[in-house]
Write a protein that binds this ligand. Structure first.
Ligand code: G6Q
Length: 548
């Protein structure tokens, strides 16, 4: 069954939220805390090893209730059932959206066209497990009888960002295999990756759902040509494997059927790390850890599916985005993990969130008259404090920020971890409280500043505060807790799409790019072909051709 379609701005709850916003917009978080001793407790959710404190957001209990009323009025519950049950909720591509089925247990039933997909999901997992174990143990040998030492993942977008982020995030759990990622069609990228590799001990994993993507196929072809400069054709079988839905094209590329890890079209690229697309993750950290990652995600699926909206982490988190985006008119959100391991997390979520919800046509095909997808950005703390935090503290824009931190560090260096986390706590507190003119004044006086200096500096040293943050504290970074965290954002994306009445699971903007470059490529490579361009593009192409 299709998703319902309602313009959210026409709901009763939206109107109430508009009126309510007028009472909230000028309230300061500091005052909200001083007038309500229970605020922090009331606006904190704890679940498994997650402690999620929403209280430093510009909301009251009433705001949360009204946002939930909005979700109810838009029948979020019904949409969640359709999402998990395999309904065609990706209507513009005529597909179900079932990354949740990839982490469902063996005894689950999820029907697509009347067929339970779970047995096949577990068959592919078994194949991933067997292959991972044989490569990691050294049983799988390269063509010359040497064990594999290096893995190269060749893919782009959803076939790169998820695996690359997770392998980086879980490097503490990594085995002896070195893992590399080639994504960009920039030839210098693959050359830099292969320059120090030994073809005799390297395994190439070509990941492409469609197996038609220009970047991935160009990289795969060039890398295979490089490989064949030193190895015989028969060696391809033990050094190249592929992940795809397009089995015929993979076979035409020269990969044995036994070396193909299949995936289904109901797995969206940006949600595919749980499928065979995660093969490089499994190889890098071992199958057991890969499975724990999936188990963590499944736990979050269950939490999301079965918990009342009041206590539902992805639901509340998504509704807060709607609150800021559509009422405060804030345009972007920052994601700041206080762990270097999550260095690629914001980049990964940029795709998940912006590709999914960067839409301006609603589910009736009409142009929306309200804001949808937010801009996502971020870098780990404390590095980002020394870079762009200035703008979050004292700039003109309101930037709701997620702080993600861990109670335990992985190597257990308490001194460093306390320093790291004291920054996390201090920043959220400072963003909320700010610094008033009278506080700055007494600070300057304490520093024995002259009246002249005080006059000059006072305005610049004031911090308005009232900057919203959500604090996520997780016990420890593990494959399981990472699975939970990623799934939390996946469901947040879903909820936002439902509220904004858009289709979150197509990506025509990405496909446009794939088509456009093709025709210009002909102009660059075939003499005499001239396209019909504006003068700017024409001049650029001519300048490039004349000078290369
Ligand atoms: C993800 C997008 C996109 C896709 C890449 C790679 O949701 O659809 O990022 O993953 O374009 O596509 P292939 O896996 O088909 O090569």
């Amino acid at each position: 069954m299709a998703l319902k379609s309602t313009n959210p701005t026409t709901t009763e709850a939206w109107k109430k939220l508009q009126a309510h916003f007028e009472t909230i917009k000028s309230q300061h978080l500091k005052d909200m805390f001083s007038s309500d001793a229970n605020r922090a407790d009331e606006l904190t959710l704890t679940w498994e090893d997650f402690y999620v404190d929403f209280s430093k957001n510009r909301v009251t209990k009433e705001t949360v209730d009204l946002l939930i009323e909005l979700a109810n009025e838009l029948d979020l519950k019904d949409a969640i059932s359709k999402y998990f049950d395999g309904d065609i909720i990706n209507a513009t591509e005529g597909r179900a959206v079932l990354h949740t089925a990839l982490r469902a247990p063996k005894d689950a039933t999820v029907l697509v066209d009347g067929e339970n997909v779970i047995p096949e999901v577990h068959e592919v997992k078994k194949k991933i497990e067997g292959f991972t174990n044989s490569v990691v143990s050294g049983e799988h040998k390269g063509h010359t009888g040497k064990a594999i030492t290096d893995i190269v993942n060749i893919g782009i977008g959803g076939s790169d960002l998820g695996p690359a982020m997770v392998v980086d995030a879980l490097q503490f759990y990594k085995n002896h295999l070195s893992t590399h990622f080639v994504s960009n069609v920039d030839g210098d990228h693959y050359q830099e990756v292969i320059k120090n590799l030994n073809p005799e001990t390297t395994l190439f994993v070509i990941v492409s759902k469609t197996f038609t993507t220009q970047e991935t196929l160009s990289n795969a072809n060039s890398i295979r040509a490089w490989f064949l400069e030193s190895q015989p054709k028969e060696a391809v079988a033990s050094h190249f494997v592929a992940v795809s839905t397009n089995i015929e094209s993979v076979k035409n590329f020269g990969i044995d059927e036994a070396n193909i890890f299949p995936m289904k079209d109901w797995v969206g690229g940006r949600f595919s790390l749980w499928s065979a697309v995660g093969l490089s993750i499994s190889l890098a950290v071992g199958y057991k850890h890969f499975e724990s990652l999936l188990e963590g995600a499944h736990k979050m699926d269950e939490h999301f599916k079965t918990t009342d909206f009041n206590d539902n982490i992805p639901v509340i988190s998504a509704l807060l985005t709607v609150w800021y985006n559509n009422f405060f008119e804030s345009e972007s959100e920052a994601i700041i993990p206080y762990t270097q391991y999550l260095n690629q997390f914001a980049t990964y979520l940029q795709q998940g969130i912006m590709e999914s919800n960067g839409k301006s046509v609603d589910r009736d095909g009409k142009k929306v008259n309200y804001q949808t997808g937010t801009l996502i950005w971020g870098e780990p703390g404390t590095n980002s404090q020394h870079a762009f935090f200035q703008l979050i503290h004292q700039g003109t824009k309101l930037i709701p920020t997620d702080f993600i931190g861990y109670v335990e560090s992985l190597y257990g260096n308490k001194d460093h971890h306390n320093k790291l986390m004291s920054n996390y706590f201090a920043q959220t507190e400072a963003l909320m409280n700010g610094k008033t003119e009278s506080e700055v004044l007494s600070e300057l006086k304490e520093q024995s500043a002259s009246d002249e200096e005080i006059k000059q500096l006072l305005a610049f040293k004031v911090f308005e505060g009232n900057k919203p943050t959500t604090s996520l504290l997780i016990q420890k970074l593990s494959p399981e807790s990472l699975g939970k965290l990623i799934a939390m954002y996946e469901h947040k994306i879903f909820v936002q799409g439902i509220i904004w009445n858009i289709y979150s699971y197509d990506q025509f903007g990405v496909e446009l790019g794939k088509q456009l470059a093709k025709s210009i490529l002909k102009e660059l490579t075939v003499d005499g072909i001239v396209g019909n361009h504006d003068t700017s593009t024409q001049n650029l192409i001519s300048f490039f051709k004349d000078n290369c």
